[in-house]
Design a protein around this ligand. Structure first.
Ligand code: GLA
Length: 445
């Protein structure tokens, strides 16, 4: 139905003789492993059935024409070329520009082709379900076709995911590679455990006795504006923490050691155990807060250099940056992801749920990415019988993910509807809750 309607809208809008091709790209929900990907630490998401669909057809010139079935997205167009200037933050063509520029650079494209694009979506926007990366992937698949690049023959799904993770930095977020990796590599009925640098994906079956229920907090998180600045605070603080940990490594093992990212403590040549990594981190950051002046003194550079190299425009809190807690989240969340994968393989839903709950606490207290609404929604879900409930995605709003025994799923939804949506939010429309089914990765229809 959606596909037929999309084709119809394409014809009505663009006319022409040749048929458009269609590609699809799912959204994702992250089960556990939050804000760890950009540090090279694993995550455990799944792709969902809600998706973005694109009808596309190559053009004779270099123009990329973007239209959307949803009239709230304005028609936009731009010229393809060696350096595509970004539109103002928040414009939806930036996601397509990011994909095209990423592929142009990777394939050293010299003949810049245009395309006509019509987009439709069943994926809630700005709900923490990765609608932006899904659009990047869909546009990349369309443009790859236009270039004559064949997915899986000329470029592997892993390779494309890596290129697009980097390419999406074009829009201003300093995200890791979780979204693109799961969107391109997931399998039906499975979650994906993803490792980075290099990217590896392994699948694990979802619990047979439970449903994965997604509840939208109804607080929008667009990957632009204030949410972007809040998101980027994670990668920036972790980068500074990483520099301080590297300094500690120099003290303990000599100057030759490089720590490009926190994950290199375990995955690099160092190959530390959890206990060893935790000890190094404790020595590196013995106090809860680190000011720019402290960091400069320790890193033997000026405060100005600390800002330009690591913090960018991140404002300094009065007591300094809470780096110790940020590091603690990274260390504990990594272990939770490993245990959660084992729990899935063992079919242990109870344990998986407990890990989700612990992850939410860590995201809220140590990494500080929750909000009163997310906390209220999580607590409503636990009261309604979820084995595990946590925020999912970048945080600060968006959705929660809940592991709910299948036999109480109906009652669960009813109770959360009453407590959170009607009670807490005073909302009497249909509650934005859905049971998520794990989908296979993006592709052509
Ligand atoms: C966003 C980013 C991801 C990841 C999550 C938080 O979705 O795009 O790379 O960092 O936030 O886990």
């Amino acid at each position: 139905m959606v596909v037929q309607e999309l084709e119809k809208r394409f014809w009505e809008s663009y006319g022409g003789a040749s048929e458009p091709e269609i590609c699809r790209s799912p959204g994702r929900v992250n089960l556990i492993g939050e804000h760890t990907d950009y540090n090279g630490l694993p995550v455990l998401p799944m792709a969902i059935m809600q998706e973005i669909l694109i009808a596309f057809r190559p053009r004779e010139d270099q123009r990329v024409d973007l239209r959307n079935v949803d009239p709230s997205f304005p028609e936009l167009r731009f010229e393809n070329g060696p350096d595509i200037p970004a539109s103002p933050a928040g414009e939806w063509d930036n996601y397509c520009k990011a994909a095209i520029q990423g592929l142009n650079k990777h394939f050293q494209v010299r003949t810049f082709r245009g395309m006509d694009v019509m987009v439709t979506s069943t994926l809630p926007i700005a709900a923490g379900l990765s609608s932006s990366s899904s659009l990047v992937v869909a546009c990349a698949l369309a443009y790859a076709r236009v270039l004559g690049v064949r997915l899986e023959d000329d470029i592997s799904r892993l390779e494309l995911a890596e290129i697009l993770a980097e390419a999406e930095h074009y829009v201003g977020t300093r995200g890791g590679g979780m979204d693109q990796a799961v969107i391109l590599n997931c399998l039906q009925n499975h979650a994906c455990k993803i490792n980075f640098f290099p990217l590896r994906v392994e699948v694990a079956p979802l619990p047979a006795d439970c449903a994965v229920v997604v509840c939208d907090s109804m607080v929008k998180v667009k990957k632009s504006g204030a949410a972007l600045a809040k998101y980027n605070a994670g990668p920036r603080s972790c980068a500074l923490a990483c520099a301080l940990v590297e300094q500690q490594l120099h003290r303990e093992f000599g100057d030759g050691i490089e720590l490009n990212r926190l994950g290199d403590l375990w995955f690099g040549p160092l190959c530390l155990t959890h206990a060893e990594a935790a000890e190094i981190c404790e020595h590196a950051i013995p106090e809860p807060h680190v000011t720019v002046a402290d960091a400069a003194a320790r890193l033997k550079c000026t405060p100005e250099q600390v800002r330009t190299r690591w913090l960018g425009d991140l404002p300094e809190p009065e007591r300094g940056f809470p780096l110790q807690a940020k590091l603690r989240h990274q260390l504990t969340e990594y272990r939770r992801v490993e245990t959660a994968r084992d729990a899935l393989l063992a079919g242990d839903s109870e344990l998986f749920g407990q890990l989700m709950n612990a992850s939410h606490e860590s995201c809220a207290k140590d990494f500080e990415i929750s909000s009163p609404e997310l906390d209220a929604l999580v607590s409503a879900a636990r009261d309604a019988g979820a084995l595990g409930a946590r925020l999912t995605g970048a945080g600060f709003g968006g959705a929660t993910v809940n592991l709910v025994p299948k036999d109480i799923c109906g009652d669960f939804i009813k109770q959360v509807e009453e407590t959170y949506y009607c009670g807490y939010r005073n909302f009497d429309g249909p509650a934005p809750i859905f049971v998520a089914h794990a989908s296979q990765g993006a592709g052509y229809l």
